[in-house]
Design a protein around this ligand. Structure first.
Ligand SMILES: [Zn+2]
Length: 288
């Protein structure tokens, strides 16, 4: 992501993977192929491949640093976890991003998960001597209670992949008292609060950062690609409740379009952050 400032906070990202991932018809099962082609034709080649038609998709963690604290939002896929093969790409670049002179893992004070999908909570923990321990050794972690409970129940019902994610990346932090389970609209600090945005997952939240009259909203998987501004009803193939996700997205767009809010979706490629504008009866996206 292209770094930016919100009030007294510097904001940047640490990337785990980037590049082409899925065609529109797979990513958005209800999308219309002709409409998708028409929209992509007006978009820069940084968000899709004009030769293959495949959408670009970045996995990144956001770092927010003020003079008082350092916060990480979402923790990508992680390492040494029993995941499907396509998640087993090299993870060194993410670790290297946290070992620069501006940052180190032990310097992080707070970690917030927008939701508990595989690509948003993996580095919550890492494997040390056959145990899952906090990757950010000195941080307080914040997860949303209803989200945690949903994946706990899925695990109890035998859903294998979410079960493993919950078991290795959420449960160990809660049982050791390192994670707080908070309400969907929790105030985390004076500057940071949660905004419930259910649909993609039942307890999905956005993270609002407000400082000195400016605001940024880290929207997790509320949206996966800029085409969804023009077509808010296109929910991703990963949405637990696609209709609810679409309604939530439209409501969010209506509230934040044409405001000063900088919108930060985890999966948008460089420069990642942008603003939502009204565009006829739908919306458009402008990178900052
Ligand atoms: Zn995601």
């Amino acid at each position: 992501m292209k770094p930016f400032r919100i009030g007294e906070y510097e904001v940047w990202s640490v990337i785990e993977r980037e590049g082409p991932l899925r065609p529109p018809a797979v990513m958005f099962p209800t999308s219309d192929p002709e409409r998708a082609a028409e929209l992509l034709a007006i978009m820069p080649a940084t968000v899709w491949s004009p030769t293959t038609g495949i959408l670009y998709n970045t996995y990144q963690s956001f770092v927010l640093r003020s003079p008082r604290r350092t916060i990480v939002i979402d923790t990508c896929v992680g390492d040494n976890k029993a995941r499907p093969p396509h998640f087993n790409y090299p993870k060194k670049s993410w670790l290297d991003g946290f070992s620069t002179n501006r940052l180190n893992l032990d310097g992080v004070d707070l970690v917030i998960n927008t939701h508990l999908h595989v690509d948003h909570c993996g580095w919550n923990t890492r494997l040390v001597n056959a145990r899952w321990v906090p990757t950010f050794a000195k941080a307080r972690y914040f997860m949303v209670g209803p989200e945690y409970d949903y994946w706990r129940d899925q695990t109890a019902q035998g859903f294998e992949l979410p079960g493993r994610i919950w078991t290795d990346s959420a449960l160990p932090l809660v049982t050791t008292g390192r994670a707080e389970l908070v309400p969907v609209d929790a105030q985390i600090t004076q500057d940071i609060s949660l905004l419930p945005t259910p649909g993609h997952t039942p307890g999905h939240v956005c993270v609002l950062l407000r400082s000195q009259g400016e605001q940024a909203i880290f929207v997790g998987d509320l949206m996966h690609h800029p085409v969804q501004c023009w077509e808010p009803d296109w929910s991703s193939c990963f949405c637990v409740d696609p209709a609810r996700a679409a309604a939530t997205r439209r409501r969010f767009f209506e509230e934040y379009a044409d405001t000063n809010a900088v919108i930060v979706p985890e999966h948008f490629p460089y420069p990642t952050a942008g603003r939502i504008k009204t565009h006829g009866r739908a919306f458009s996206w402008e990178f900052i």
